[in-house]
Design a protein around this ligand. Sequence first.
Ligand SMILES: [Zn+2]
Length: 420
Amino acid sequence: MTLNADANGRWIDPGRVESAIQQLSQYGDHGETGVARLVYSPEWVAAQDQVAAWMEESGLRVERDTVGNVWGYLDGRDREQPIVATGSHIDSQNPGGRFDGALGVVAGILAVGALRERQGQPRQTIGVVSLVEEEASRFPTANFWGSRAIVGRITPEEPKRLRGYDGVTMAEAMRDAGLDPARVEEARRDDVETFVELHIEQGPYLEREDVPVGIVERITGYRQYLVTLEGSANHAGTTPMDLRRDPMAGAAEIISGVINTAHRMGRPCVTTVGRVIVSPNERAVIPRQVTFTVDARSPDPAQRELLLARHEALIDEVARRRDLTVTFRIDSDRPPVACDPDVVAAITAAAAEAGVPALPMTSGAVHDTMQLAEIAKIAMIFVRSRGGISHNPDEFTSADDAAAGTEVLARTLHALAYRS
Ligand SMILES: [Zn+2]
C-alpha cells in the first residue's frame, strides 16, 4: 500500500475522469452526446492540442511524431531502457460516442500523472500516446494509421493513394494538419517494451456479468471479404425461374448460410454481412450483379480457420450450382493476437490490489494494440459499456467504472515501470 493513498485507498478520482471526457467531447461534438472527430480535421487537431496541454500540465515531456501521434513521457531513471507505454486514439466514428478511444487517452494521462505525484520517478520511462486514426471513418482503409506508423507498416505511396470519403487524399489531409506526408516513416520506433491499452468494452459481456473491468487475454482475428456474384439481368415477369442466372438468389443463400454457420459454430465466432450493393437496383429487373461484404471473426486460431474455410466452400458451391460468376477479394485479414501472459498477470494483480472486480475475457473488436503486438508485449484493460453500445452517440461508461479501469491501469504501469 502507498503511504499517501486517499481515504478510499484509490489513486484516481472519478470526477477528474468524467470532466476530462466531457471536455474532450466538446471537440467535434455532435448532438447531445455524440462526437464526430475525423482524423486531421480542425476539431481533431484542436483535441490533440488539448491532449498535449493536459500532458504538460501533468508534468509529462511532450513530443509529436511525424504522423501526428502525441507522446507524453514520464522519464525514467534509466533512459537506456525501452519504454512502457499506454494510450489509445481520439478520432471517432462519424458520429460515434465520447468514450471510444478517448477514454484510453484520458486514462493514460491521469494514471501517469497520479504515478508522478505519488510514486515519483519510475525506473523505466512511461509513455502515454494519443494515436492518429484508428476508426477509418474519414479514409476507408486507413485503420490504425498512427499505430501502423509506429510499427513501420505504412508504405511510402499510401498517403498519396488513400482518398477519403470527402475526396481529399491522406497526403493533403496531413499537410492541412501541418504534417509532411513524406516523413511518415520517421514515426517508426523499436523502443516500446510493453503496451497496455485501456478501452471501453463495446460489448455486453461485463454488464451481463455485473463486473466493471475486463482483462483481455486474446484479441480476435478477422477476415473481411468483398464477394461479387454475376449472372444475367433480365425481365422479372417473362424469365422463368428455372432459366434464370440470378445473383440475388445466390447472394441470399450465401448470406443466410454464412450467418447460420457462425451461429452453429457458437461463441465466440461471429459473421456479419453489413453491406450489399445490387446492380441494377430495380423492382422489376433480375439483377446482373450483387456485391456484398462478409466479416468473419474468432479469437481462436483453429476456429477462425474452420469458419473461413466453411464460408469459402459455401460461396464456391452456391455460385457453381447457380451458374454464377464469383470473385472474392480479401480486404483485410489478421490472425488473432494473444496478450502477453506476464502483462495479463500484472493487470490481474493490479486489479486485486486496487480491490476492483475484474474478469478475463477476449476482445471481439480490433484495436491499435494488435498493431503494437508486432514490436511490444501487449495487453488490454476493458471497462464496462452501458447496454454494450458503441460506435453510437448513446455509448456510455459511468465515471466510477472509468475510474476503476484507470486505477487498474495506473497500478499496472506502476508494477511494470517501477520494479527494480
Ligand atoms: Zn476504439
